[in-house]
Design a protein around this ligand. Structure first.
Ligand code: ZN
Length: 433
């Protein structure tokens, strides 16, 4: 009798019951998908049930939904080792949603597509000096490249579910770029300027475009693509400007107003060279790309950012004394600034990213030396200094990966889009969703 009464009670408050049912399904979808995403090896339905506390019937129903929505696929079966059929493991699907990562920088625009498995499917770069170009024109060039990347994704059967744009500057609410000094941008409303360029399919819960600081997105890229290890690290992007992403306990620390990480403007010589920011002796004036090139005798060589780092690496590798001295001095300045950050935040890893990644063999030793000299705890608790796993691509890849993470955190929005896009749920070149 009690069971019947309970059923009647739920039915009598049908709208609240429906909401609860919807929330429960949403929660279960997320729990199961996260479990599959985090697994070291493809888990079976039974293993997911055991690990989550859900019933096997619930897990099976949820997995069926995830497979139908192209979020999950069955892995190849393991070889038979005894009687009975081996259980099929589950993996993230590589033919469903994708993230679009975009980057606008001083001398290039970039676009990349990352699928749900984290694989970079396409990475396009177009070089041009964007400093004399008005922001609207620079963003038009970016939109053209983004359209090419999206078309390439569609040809692969993928659907771009959201985009994230990395910019070398301070980003305020709503994607307003308050200041990007090296691009000469001030108060540029990026989403408004890109409004005429559709970047992604409309998916509930996933913004079509997020604008973020390049160092933040690069740090997020490293967090998810880098080698397992520290969850508290500093990721430094060394270009013409120098930015840092601070990750504490696996979470990006943005600061009270979202503007943390301006390591390039930490003074390393208080009465030193004047800086674009109005201060003096900032790190950027000693370890930024222009400073290193000038010290290496390459000022005015007009090298694009990535080419400049490769050229410096080639010269240093060949033993060029000026390049070696320039990198040693830059590494020392970097080490001074980094030591202050490590002393303050107790980080155990420093990642050299962006243009610093190919220069890490020469920058690392002086950085380590300064840390050993200046970080109080370094003697018994060493700090790892290593190049970024994603190298110079990390900001765009990190942006795309941030879209993917949103889908894994809340798959119900994608599933709703997938089910209303038709039974095939696939975009085509003629109809890119
Ligand atoms: Zn400065």
């Amino acid at each position: 009798m009690a069971v019947v009464w309970q059923c009647q009670a739920v039915n009598s408050t049908s709208s609240a019951g429906a909401v609860r049912q919807g929330s429960l399904r949403e929660l279960n979808l997320a729990v199961v998908l996260r479990r599959i995403a985090a697994a070291d090896r493809p888990p079976s339905r039974a293993e997911i049930a055991a690990g989550t506390g859900l019933t096997r019937a619930t897990v099976s129903a949820v997995v069926d939904d995830l497979i139908a929505g192209r979020l999950v696929a069955e892995a190849e079966p393991a070889p038979r080792t005894g009687a009975g059929r081996p259980a099929r493991g589950l993996v993230l699907a590589g033919d469903g949603p994708a993230g679009l990562g975009l980057e606008v920088n001083v001398d290039y625009v970039a676009a990349c597509v990352v699928d749900l498995t984290g694989t970079v499917r396409h990475h396009l770069v177009r070089r041009a000096d964007l400093r004399p170009v008005p922001p609207a024109d620079a963003l038009d060039r970016l939109a053209t490249l983004a359209a090419e990347a999206r078309a390439a994704a569609v040809r692969d059967g993928l659907t771009v579910a959201g985009a994230a744009l990395a910019v070398p500057g301070l980003v305020g609410d709503g994607g307003l770029v308050r200041l990007a000094p090296n691009l000469g941008w001030r108060d540029v409303n990026v989403p408004a300027l890109l409004a005429g360029h559709p970047l992604a399919a409309p998916v509930d819960g996933i913004p079509p475009l997020v604008v973020d600081n390049e160092a933040n997105l690069a740090a997020l890229g490293e967090l998810h693509a880098g080698p397992p290890g520290s969850a508290s690290f500093l990721h430094i992007t060394g270009e013409i400007g120098i930015g840092a992403g601070i990750v504490l306990d696996g979470v990006l620390y943005r600061g009270a107003r979202g503007w943390s990480g301006e390591i390039g403007h930490i003074p390393v010589q208080p009465q030193g060279r004047p800086c674009r920011c109005g201060g003096r002796g900032c790190l950027e004036r000693y370890a930024g790309q222009e400073a290193i090139l000038a010290a290496a005798g390459l000022a005015g060589a007009d090298l694009p950012a990535d080419t400049a780092a490769t050229r410096l690496a080639d010269l240093a590798g060949a033993g060029d004394p000026a390049a070696l001295a320039a990198l040693a001095d830059a590494g020392t300045a970097l080490g001074v600034a980094v030591s202050g950050v490590v002393n303050l935040l107790d980080l155990d890893t420093v990642v050299l990213g962006g243009g610093y990644a190919p220069l890490a063999p020469w920058l690392r030793p002086p950085v380590v030396e300064e840390i050993s000299r200046r970080v109080l705890t370094a003697a018994w608790s060493p700090v790892t200094v290593r190049p970024a796993a994603l190298g110079a691509r990390s900001a765009a890849v990190g942006g795309a990966a941030s879209v993917i993470r949103r889908i894994v955190e809340r798959p119900v929005g994608w599933l709703a889009h997938s089910s209303t896009s038709g039974s095939t749920a696939r975009c085509t070149t003629a109809s890119p969703c």
